[in-house]
Ligand binder design. Structure first.
Ligand SMILES: Nc1nc2c(ncn2[C@@H]2O[C@H](COP(=O)(O)OP(=O)(O)OP(=O)(O)O)[C@@H](O)[C@H]2O)c(=O)[nH]1
Ligand SMILES: [Zn+2]
Length: 307
């Protein structure tokens, strides 16, 4: 049988089978890590093949992992090049942002988008708590978000407290697997709980199970919103996980810079101070926004941990 990993609990995995049922699974005994730089062989979102466990009627064995469309990886702060796969096979990555209480910086949004580009995952900015904004503030926010739509990113405006907005969000999630992230206080838990009222309950059921002797480290969990519509929640992870982006690759992950690449005088142009830089010229001409260019510089200089 085939299935999709919905939760990882140390040595045990929860897999939703093709029949819609949940199965407790473990890995086949001699499962080898193909990539020694990755600490987990199986991640939430992985499509897997299951076999019955002959020694245990209640458990199943993951015998194969099907090739991943994409995945996000959290790199180890200590060991360069090493990491942990947080989730895979993601159709859309949403960053929840708020203008007030707390305020999400544009730098945070841009880092999220760059990371999504690097992982080849379509991205959306979902502005929450619009009930706290005046009509004027909301108009200003929509104006700013237009810049992102022009770049090819989907944007949305909701109040997690408004059932109509949650219903509209469900439409966006339809027929895909969406990863939801956001920094503390933006209302991510509220949104997830509105989408999946049983999410909290489900979480506690699973921890009861995993208390039977396994060490639990949860990085992500997949929930069903509706038929063929899933979200992946990544508790405790503010960012998408940072791809290890080389400085000379960075401009490829800003769509408005990417389209000008190859037009600078020097082919190793960093687009900061060089003469004949097509990107600096576009910035001077107002074709690249101040905040986006600032985000590029800030990520290039490596002070991208700043909020
Ligand atoms: N006015 C308003 N308040 C909201 C909205 N969404 C969430 N909140 C409130 O914002 C606060 C933070 O919401 P949470 O859902 O806990 O935020 P979170 O992003 O999960 O943050 P952490 O729990 O710190 O990870 C709570 O008091 C929510 O009730 C909204 O759309 N409008
Ligand atoms: Zn340049």
């Amino acid at each position: 049988m085939q299935g999709t990993v919905t939760k990882s609990m140390g040595l045990w995995y929860l897999v939703e089978g093709a029949d819609g049922e949940s199965y407790n699974c473990r890995l086949k005994g001699k499962f080898k890590l193909e990539n020694k730089k990755i600490s987990n062989p199986v991640a939430v979102g992985d499509k897997v093949t299951l076999l019955e466990d002959e020694g245990n009627a209640e458990a199943w064995i993951i015998s194969e992992i099907l090739p991943r469309e994409n995945y996000i990886i959290r790199t180890s702060p200590k060991k360069k090049g090493h990491g942990h796969i947080i989730a895979s096979n993601i159709d859309l990555a949403i960053v929840i942002a708020t203008v007030a209480n707390p305020r999400t910086s544009l730098g945070f949004i841009d880092r999220f988008l760059v990371t999504a580009e690097a992982f080849r995952i379509p991205a959306m900015i979902l502005c929450n708590k619009i009930d706290l904004l005046s009509a004027e503030e909301l108009a200003g926010l929509k104006e700013k978000m237009k810049e992102y739509e022009v770049l090819g990113y989907q944007t949305g405006f909701i109040s997690a407290l408004n059932p109509k907005d949650i219903a509209a969000l469900k439409e966006i999630l339809h027929n895909q697997t969406t990863l939801i992230s956001g920094h503390s206080g933006v209302g991510k838990s509220t949104v997830v709980n509105q989408l999946i009222p049983e999410a909290e309950q489900k979480t506690s059921e699973i921890s009861d199970f995993s208390e039977k002797g396994t060490h639990t480290t949860t990085f992500a969990e997949r929930f069903k919103v509706a038929e063929n519509s899933y979200i992946i929640d990544t508790p405790g992870i503010k960012e998408l996980g940072l791809a290890e982006i080389e400085k000379d690759e960075l401009s490829h992950y800003f769509p408005e810079l990417r389209q000008l690449l190859g037009q600078c005088k020097f082919n190793n142009c960093t687009h900061t101070h060089e003469p004949g830089c097509a990107i600096a010229a576009a910035y001077e001409a107002g074709e690249i926004s101040q905040s986006r260019y600032d985000s590029y510089l800030s990520m290039l200089m490596g002070d991208d941990n700043r909020r």
